[in-house]
Design a protein. Structure first.
Ligand SMILES: NC(=O)c1ccc[n+]([C@@H]2O[C@H](COP(=O)([O-])OP(=O)(O)OC[C@H]3O[C@@H](n4cnc5c(N)ncnc54)[C@H](OP(=O)(O)O)[C@@H]3O)[C@@H](O)[C@H]2O)c1
Length: 230
């Protein structure tokens, strides 16, 4: 298979890390990124892929790292905006810094990275952007106001770009998983029963399917574990 380079954000854990394995298995050339430089280097070495420290909440870092990646590996065929953080609780109790971190990471990170990478894809008339959204962008419920806001924004962004870019040969797609057995809740200090979740590998398999057929634009692919419906 042609060596398609795919930059994955938030790739040191959960969905992103599983996706690195699945992309490698499918013959892609994944680029592993996340904030923790030591973890990025260790996991990149373990997987035999290139790794770069990248905080998607830092717009200057996005510009710098994308330029470096393209210098080292040539044009990106794919971008997976996966990095994201969870915030749960009553809105009035949220700290302002936590609200900013969620919006800067989940929303602006995805928008800024896409803004950096998309012009090259459009100029080449080819490329794929896959945004990891969430079922939280499909409904409204209590206790997730800001996380939901961050993902509803990306649902709108993804749908609009899909329509804008598909006629130019570039696919922009959204994946809307339900609960996944990753570190996301624990990292946010939230207890969650992950017996009822899908696995990161199941999510990654679906994402590789979405990426693989360039003649298809998979608009809003969603999924939840059967046990999550009880
Ligand atoms: N878990 C679920 O139930 C679930 C459900 C629906 C959607 N999602 C979405 O799926 C995506 C992946 O989540 P996950 O469940 O795999 O979470 P996870 O296991 O917590 O992994 C998150 C990854 O993102 C990185 N990250 C966090 N902040 C970052 C930043 N500012 N810049 C770059 N990387 C950053 C983390 O590494 P560093 O901290 O080292 O940067 C880590 O590699 C997120 O967008 C999440 O919203 C998750």
């Amino acid at each position: 298979m042609e060596n398609k380079t795919v930059l994955v954000t938030g790739a040191t854990s959960g969905i992103g890390l599983a996706l690195i394995d699945r992309l490698l298995n499918a013959g892609y050339k994944p680029i592993l990124t996340a904030r923790n430089a030591d973890k990025v280097q260790a996991l990149a070495a373990e997987k035999g892929v290139a790794g770069y420290a990248l905080d998607v909440a830092d717009a200057d870092a996005i510009t710098r790292v994308c330029a470096q990646v393209e210098q080292d590996h040539g044009p990106l065929w794919g971008l997976v905006n996966n990095a994201g953080i969870w915030l749960e609780g009553d809105f009035d109790a949220y700290a302002a810094d936590d609200i900013k971190a969620v919006m800067d990471t989940n929303t602006m990170g995805t928008i800024n990275l896409t803004h950096t990478v998309l012009p090259g894809m459009l100029a080449r008339g080819r490329g794929s952007v896959l945004n990891v959204v969430s079922t939280a962008a499909l409904y409204a419920r209590k206790s997730i106001s800001v996380y939901a806001a961050s993902k509803w924004a990306i649902r709108g962004f993804t749908g609009c770009l899909e329509a804008e870019c598909a006629p130019k040969g570039v696919r922009v797609m959204g994946f809307y998983p339900g609960k996944i057995a990753s570190n996301m809740y624990e990292t946010a200090g939230v207890e969650r029963d992950l017996e009822v979740a899908m696995t990161p590998t199941q999510a990654a398999d679906m994402m590789v399917t979405m990426l693989s057929d360039e003649s298809m634009v998979w608009s809003q692919v969603s999924g939840r574990a059967l046990k999550d419906y009880v």
